[in-house]
Design a protein around this ligand. Structure first.
Ligand SMILES: CC(C)(COP(=O)(O)OP(=O)(O)OC[C@H]1O[C@@H](n2cnc3c(N)ncnc32)[C@H](O)[C@@H]1OP(=O)(O)O)[C@@H](O)C(=O)NCCC(=O)NCCS
Length: 168
């Protein structure tokens, strides 16, 4: 399915509410991603992306047919991790299973490796998040390990995985 990665715009707020307000998405992300996802949450997120320091993070909307249907973000690390970045993403449920996340992860990584002095991009999906783990391997990431009992979410302790892709 065709998509583009672009900057977020103020007009994306209603689409954000439409696609982000989904427990299946919130359950696979860190606490702080709201559920339900209100228009105020959308405005707060868009404000944060507009004010974001691009030295520290890059936020992109996943756009299908002019509508923002998902999000991809890169977070640049500091101190001794300053040549590493973390990637995070979610996609609206109607668009799952079309290879969009795989392609979006690939594109974000290409962009970062081309333009930034970064040698490693990693992600930490929950171990039971098969779709995210698969999208990462499809995008050229390798599983480096299982972080046992690293997550406490919704009152449950479980494992996460660490996947990384190196600059080639
Ligand atoms: C994870 C997510 C972004 C994947 O988006 P997507 O565009 O559907 O992903 P893709 O289509 O590129 O790839 C998904 C892969 O997982 C596979 N998959 C999907 N569900 C699966 C399951 N339950 N078990 C095993 N594989 C599964 C798909 O078949 C596909 O692999 P294939 O192309 O080799 O067949 C999307 O499901 C999502 O937003 N989930 C909620 C938020 C989230 O988990 N974000 C990531 C946090 S780390």
């Amino acid at each position: 399915m065709e998509f583009t990665l672009r900057k977020w715009a103020g007009e994306d707020a209603p689409a954000l509410v439409k696609y982000a307000s989904n427990k299946k998405i919130a359950d696979n992300l860190r606490d702080g991603f709201p559920h339900p996802y209100t228009i105020n949450d959308a405005w707060a997120f868009l404000q944060a992306t507009l004010n974001a320091d691009e030295a520290k993070s890059l936020y992109r909307a996943i756009d299908v047919g002019g509508e923002a249907v998902g999000s991809a973000g890169i977070f640049f690390k500091d101190n001794v991790y300053r040549k590493s970045a973390e990637i995070g993403y979610w996609l609206g449920e109607p668009f799952w299973g079309n290879g969009i996340a795989t392609a979006a992860i690939r594109l974000m990584c290409e962009e970062v490796f081309k333009r930034r002095d970064i040698v490693r991009i990693y992600a930490e999906p929950y171990a039971h998040n098969a779709a995210s783990c698969r999208a990462l391997t499809n995008a050229g990431f390798e599983l480096e390990g299982v972080l046992r009992q690293s997550i406490y979410k919704n009152g449950v302790i479980f494992d996460s995985c660490i996947y990384a892709k190196l600059r080639t």
